[in-house]
Design a protein around this ligand. Sequence first.
Ligand code: TK8
Length: 339
Amino acid sequence: MKKIVSLFLLVMMILVLAACGGDEKSADAKEVKTIRAGIGLNDQHPQFKALVKFQEIVEEKTEGKIKVETYHSGQLGDDRSMTEALQLGSQEVTIPSTAPLANFVPEFSIFDFPFLFPNEEVADAVLDGEVGQKFLDKLEDQNLVGLAYWENGFRDVTNSKLPIETAADFKGLKLRTMENELHLEAFKALGANPTPMALGELFTAMQQGTVDGQENPVPTIYLQKFYEVQDYVSNTHHIYSPFVFLMSKSFFDELTEDQQVIVKEAAVKAGKYERELNREANKQNLEDLKETGMNYTEITPEARQEMVDLVQPTIDKYAEQIGIDTVQEVYDAIEKATR
Ligand code: TK8
């Protein structure tokens, strides 16, 4: 008799717990969650337009159970501080360049190896493929979830001193770089005098002459109005910068499975849209820059090869640090995608 009673009580307890657990998940599903999504660039940049697309998809697909608040122009901080905020759970989404992200997961430096990707199509194939996913998986240990790769683009150098035609023209030039050791060393190897700085401080630093120049893709140079404080731009295309769409892991883990699928698919879909917009902007904004009177220099293949040779020792050093196997895997994926 006693056995039957305790068995009955045990079954009842399991049912109650299941109901509570069920209730908890369904309570979760019922509760409206808010994503605070912050970026460094302004609301004219393709990155912000695509973030609005992400917002639309998520709010529609979750029938408003997830609300997305968007913040541009560094309102919530810069790439590094916003990534830290995601780790702490005080913000839910940001989309940094891979360069500052390497401060959290050093292997991401490989995506900032100068002259790594021959073009955008190869970059897409590698980043959206197995290799790209492997790197996103490394973010979980940092309490971050990488949902997709978006595009910042091929970076070009601007300055207020002289037209950069060959590596020799970098000599002594005070250049702002992103907060990334590899970038600093690469520009030192080219003869420049680089300074790491958050994007939000850059315009004033150029205006006041604290730095002579900087490097960013053409849409950023035009849409952030750098032409107001810079006279020369050269198509060095020295680094292809991906963006990584990041979500706070603690927030992601609280979502229902359906909601996790929705935010993942929305980040990928909006990312494809962002790349399209960015590639259109690349063409249009280059014409816009020339219209502003900015002096545009086309780098010759010989001059670019000279730059490649000068930064090779820096690349070799970082390849060693990251691990030759990991680096070779990326090189193999690039070679395969180039065929
Ligand atoms: C925007 C940055 C920016 C980057 C830089 O948050 O800092 O120069 O190119 O796009 O990620």
